[in-house]
Write a protein that binds this ligand. Structure first.
Ligand SMILES: NC(=O)c1ccc[n+]([C@@H]2O[C@H](COP(=O)([O-])OP(=O)(O)OC[C@H]3O[C@@H](n4cnc5c(N)ncnc54)[C@H](O)[C@@H]3O)[C@@H](O)[C@H]2O)c1
Length: 397
């Protein structure tokens, strides 16, 4: 049994507690730190925590606590991680790991030097659909991955600090793009180096300093391309979609708005529908088991099993740091309007990859471009002459 101190009693702290205590889970949130006494007490009462407080250090140091879960605003993640290192407490942290790669790298080094367990709570890399898709990709069902695209758009976050660039570290790109980058990295291969980023970002609607909409391309060393689309101005709920394209296949995942559950109501008896749903009447897209469908259950299972077994979880602080580095490059690109390199002072993946050859042998004289049976029943091949480069077609019927 893990005895967890939750840091932060807000939106995600409660989602995490629901997941950890869900079904017949044996792990327990035993302690809560919140900024205000009444929030700490309320959370403690709701989740049966025997320890509560408004002093973060004493909650982390409490001997009853053997793992700390960070669910705090982005600007406080580093302070919390350094305290976990000081008291040698296993730690799991929400996303983004840092406000930038410098912060994330310091956090990664702190946990590694302290020799403590650390996990990166990237829930969208643990949704049931994502896990199944990743297994198919790893089994080769899609061949060589060429393009991995991820989108998270919604009408904007629920707390003041998100909208403050200094506290949050950025706008929707950091808040939502961190999920998308890690989703693409998983599909393309975490050991493949992200090399450069081209990004458009703008503040289209909200009166804030940070961006509320961004689109970016992330080039990987093996020629694959990652793409993300994020927005805090999208209307109609929370849109979470991934697309993976490979030489042998394609996967489309819709995690939220269209999950196969559609409901119409006039609004009578209106109730909670799903995270960031904008309406409680008309045609609605509820989510069957939000905590599970958003990946929290599989995520905590992996985190706690990994800590028990002395292994790394699927998502680590190193991953969080790589994600931050990609997003730093995206922010630079949005300013310079150029491809910007991803700076990774620590890189633990493969080095010197090149793009795989596009040439497929048809016979000793020709490369195959395409083979197809057309609507009139003809079986054709389109070929490229190996010597002259001339492209021709041949009817095999
Ligand atoms: N899907 C996800 O993984 C996901 C979803 C939402 C939020 N998050 C992340 O979780 C973290 C917390 O976000 P949230 O939505 O729970 O925020 P929130 O505002 O709902 O809650 C933050 C909590 O932190 C505590 N706190 C301590 N010091 C604070 C300070 N100086 N200012 C404000 N709050 C302070 C308070 O208890 C507060 O309730 C962020 O890093 C966010 O990016 C992750």
């Amino acid at each position: 049994m893990r005895k967890i101190a939750m840091l932060g009693s807000g939106f995600i702290g409660r989602f995490y507690a629901e997941s950890i205590h869900g079904q017949r889970g044996r792990d327990r949130v035993v302690a809560i730190y919140a900024r205000r006494e009444e929030s700490a007490k309320k959370f403690a009462a709701d989740y049966g925590c025997s320890i509560w407080g408004t002093d973060m250090e004493s909650v982390i140091a409490n001997p009853e606590v053997d793992m700390v879960c960070i669910a705090l605003p982005n600007n406080i993640h580093e302070t919390a991680v350094l305290l976990c290192a000081k008291y040698k407490k296993a730690v799991v942290s929400t996303k983004p790991l840092g406000r930038n790669a410098d912060e994330a790298l310091r956090m990664m080094k702190a946990v590694e030097e302290a020799g403590i367990f650390a996990g990166y709570l990237e829930d969208l890399c643990y949704t049931p659909k994502f896990l199944k898709a990743l297994e198919s990709v790893k089994n080769g069902a899609l061949g060589r991955i060429l393009w991995a695209k991820s989108r998270e758009t919604h009408p904007g976050p629920h707390s003041d600090w998100f909208w403050d660039k200094e506290q949050a570290g950025g706008g929707c790109m950091l808040d939502l793009g961190c999920h998308c980058v890690e989703i693409s990295r998983n599909f393309i291969g975490k050991d493949v180096r992200p090399v450069e980023v081209m990004c458009w970002a703008a503040t289209q609607v909200k009166p804030i300093d940070a961006e509320d909409h961004a689109i970016a391309l992330v080039k990987y060393e093996n020629g694959a391309i990652g793409q993300f689309e994020v927005s805090w101005t999208f209307r109609g709920g929370m849109d979470l979609r991934d697309e993976v394209m490979g030489t042998e296949g394609t996967i489309w995942i819709n995690n939220f708005l269209r999950t196969g559950f559609e409901m119409f109501t006039t609004g009578k008896g209106a109730d909670y529908v799903a995270e960031k749903a904008e309406s409680t009447s008309g045609w609605l897209f509820p989510v069957g088991d939000e905590v599970n469908d958003l990946g929290y259950n599989h995520m905590f299972t992996d985190m706690f099993n990994a800590a028990d077994e002395g292994r790394e979880p699927a998502e680590t602080f190193y991953d969080g740091y790589v994600v931050n580095a990609v997003l730093d490059a995206a922010y630079r690109s949005a300013e310079t309007k150029q491809w910007e390199p991803v700076n990774l002072p620590v890189w633990r993946g493969r080095e010197g990859l090149t793009q795989e050859s596009t040439l497929v042998d048809y016979d000793e004289n020709f490369y195959l471009i395409k083979e197809e049976v057309t609507h009139d029943g003809r079986h054709k091949v389109i070929l490229k002459d190996k010597e002259t480069g001339r492209i021709s077609e041949r009817d095999l019927t």
